[in-house]
Design a binder for this molecule. Structure first.
Ligand code: PHE
Length: 431
C-alpha cells in the first residue's frame, strides 16, 4: 500500500487550518492582545508571522513533501544520528498534547453544560471527578479520528468542523457587537498603545504566540507535507496563516464585548475562559445559547489541533517501525493519556502541584512554551543547515531571490528569534 495522501488541496488546507486554529486563537490570542498594547500588538504579531512563522511553515512542508516521510525518519535520512532529535520532537508534541487535551476536555464539559442550560461553577467542576470523565471522552474522540487515517479521519474532521466553527464565530461576533458593552469591549481589545512597541516583552509575547498558533516547529506540518503531492507551497502556507490570524482577531471581537456587557473584569488565563465567560453568558440575553455555541466552537478548534498533534508521533511510529496505523495510534494515545494524567489531576480534589504551581500550568510553561521553542530550534537548524539546499529549492519553485531571502530567514532569523524568545521566557518565570 502506498503512502496516504490528502484527497485534494482544499482538504490539506482545511486540515492545516484545523491544526493551526485552536485554543491558542480563540482564548489565548485575545487576552495576549489586551495585555500587550491592544491594536498595536498586531504589528509585532504580523511581523512574527510573516518573517518567521511563514518561512518555517514553508520549510516544514517542503521537507516533508521532499522526503515523503514523517519527522523521525526524515531526520534520520538527513543524518543518522539526527533521529534522536526527531524523537525529542515527537516527545515534546506528545507532552504538549497531554495537557492540551485536559483543556480540550474542560471545553467539552462546558459545551455540554450550556447545551443542558446548567453551567457548573469552575471550582465545583474541578473538585469533582467529572474532569477525568471528559478527559477520557476527548482523548477518545481524538484517538478515533486519527485512527481513521489521513483522509477519512483528519481531513474529514476539518472539512466539517472548520466551516461550522467559522459560522458560529461570525454569528457570535455579530451578536457581541450589538451588545451594550461593545464599544468598551472593542476599545479595551484594540485601542492601540504604540508606546508598548518599545518593550521587548511585547515582541517576545508576539513571537511565542505566532509559533504556537501556527503549529510550526513541531514536525506536524512536516508530517502533513509528506501527504502532499504537487501544490504551490507558498500560496497554501499564506492561506493557512491568513485564516489563522483572521479567526484569532475575530475571536477577540466575540469575547470582549460580552465581558464588558456583563460588567466583568477581562482577566487573563484560565479565569477568562472558564470563570469570566461562563458568568458573562449567564448574565446576557440568550446566554445559554451563545455559551453553547461558543464552547462548541472552541471544542471544534481544540479537537482538530489535538488531532494534528496525535498524528505526528503516530506517523513517526508507522514510518520508523512499520506499525500499522491502528496499532500506532493506540500506543501513542495510551502514552499521551498517561502523560496528560498529572495535568488532568492538577485542579481536581487531588490538587497535583509542584512547588505550589498546578501541574497543568507547569506543563504549559515547560512543554508548551520552552519545549515548543526547543523543537522549533531543532527543526529550523536541521532543516536550514543540514538539508540539501537543492532539495528544498526543488520543492519551493527554484532558487530565485525570494527563495534566497526565505532561506536566509530560516538559517539566521528564525533561530535567532527563537533564542531570544527562549531567554525571554526563562526570565518571565524568574521575574
Ligand atoms: N496551534 C494550536 C492552537 O492555536 C496549538 C498547537 C500547538 C497545535 C502546537 C499543534 C502544535 O491552539
Amino acid at each position: 500500500m502506498g503512502r496516504e495522501e490528502w484527497s485534494s488541496t482544499l482538504g490539506f488546507i482545511l486540515a492545516s487550518i484545523g491544526s493551526a486554529v485552536g485554543i491558542g486563537n480563540i482564548w489565548r490570542f485575545p487576552y495576549i492582545v489586551g495585555a500587550n498594547g491592544g491594536g498595536a500588538f498586531l504589528i509585532p504579531y504580523l511581523v512574527s508571522v510573516l518573517l518567521f512563522g511563514l518561512p518555517l511553515m514553508v520549510l516544514e512542508l517542503a521537507i516533508g513533501r521532499s522526503t515523503g516521510t514523517s519527522v523521525v525518519s526524515t531526520f534520520r535520512s538527513i543524518r543518522k544520528r539526527f533521529s534522536v532529535a526527531g524523537l525529542v520532537i515527537v516527545t515534546i508534541v506528545s507532552l504538549i498534547l497531554g495537557y492540551y487535551l485536559v483543556i480540550t476536555s474542560w471545553v467539552l464539559a462546558y459545551a455540554l453544560f450550556f447545551i443542558l442550560g446548567r453551567p457548573m461553577e469552575f471550582g465545583a467542576f474541578t473538585d469533582s471527578y467529572l474532569p477525568l470523565v471528559f478527559f477520557l471522552l476527548s482523548g477518545l474522540a481524538v484517538f478515533m479520528t486519527v485512527r481513521s487515517g489521513v483522509r477519512e479521519g483528519i481531513e474529514r474532521a476539518s472539512r466539517y468542523l472548520i466551516p461550522i466553527l467559522l459560522v458560529f464565530l461570525l454569528f457570535l461576533v455579530a451578536v457581541s457587537l450589538t451588545e451594550p458593552g461593545a464599544v468598551e469591549g472593542v476599545g479595551f481589545y484594540l485601542s492601540p498603545d504604540y508606546s508598548r512597541l518599545t518593550d521587548p516583552a511585547v515582541w517576545i509575547a508576539a513571537f511565542g504566540q505566532a509559533f504556537f498558533s501556527l503549529s510550526v516547529g513541531m514536525g506536524i506540518l512536516l508530517t502533513f507535507g509528506s501527504y502532499l503531492k504537487r501544490e504551490a507551497l507558498f500560496r497554501n502556507a499564506a492561506i493557512i496563516a491568513a485564516a489563522d490570524i483572521l479567526i484569532a482577531v475575530l475571536a477577540g471581537l466575540a469575547i470582549f464585548p460580552l465581558v464588558f456587557t456583563a460588567g466583568l473584569d477581562p482577566a487573563a488565563g484560565v479565569n477568562l475562559a472558564f470563570i469570566t465567560l461562563p458568568s458573562a453568558f449567564t448574565e446576557i440575553r440568550y446566554g445559554m445559547l451563545l455559551g453553547a455555541l461558543f464552547f462548541l466552537m472552541l471544542f471544534a478548534a481544540a479537537l482538530t489541533s489535538a488531532v494534528s498533534m496525535l498524528e505526528a508521533p503516530t506517523a513517526a511510529l508507522m514510518d520508523s517501525y512499520g506499525y500499522p496505523r491502528k496499532r500506532a495510534t493506540l500506543l501513542v494515545f495510551a502514552a499521551v493519556m498517561l502523560l496528560g494524567l498529572p495535568s488532568a489531576l492538577s485542579y481536581t480534589a487531588l490538587k497535583l502541584e509542584v512547588f505550589g504551581t498546578a501541574f497543568l500550568a507547569l506543563a504549559d510553561y515547560a512543554f508548551g512554551t520552552i519545549g515548543l521553542i526547543v523543537a522549533g530550534l531543532i527543526v529550523s537548524i536541521v532543516g536550514g543547515w543540514f538539508m540539501s539546499r537543492a532539495r528544498i529549492c526543488a520543492e519551493i519553485g527554484g532558487c530565485g531571490w525570494q527563495q534566497k531571502v526565505y532561506m536566509t530567514l530560516i538559517r539566521y532569523g528564525v533561530p535567532a528569534v527563537l533564542l531570544i524568545t527562549l531567554i525571554g521566557s526563562f526570565f518571565r518565570v524568574a521575574g
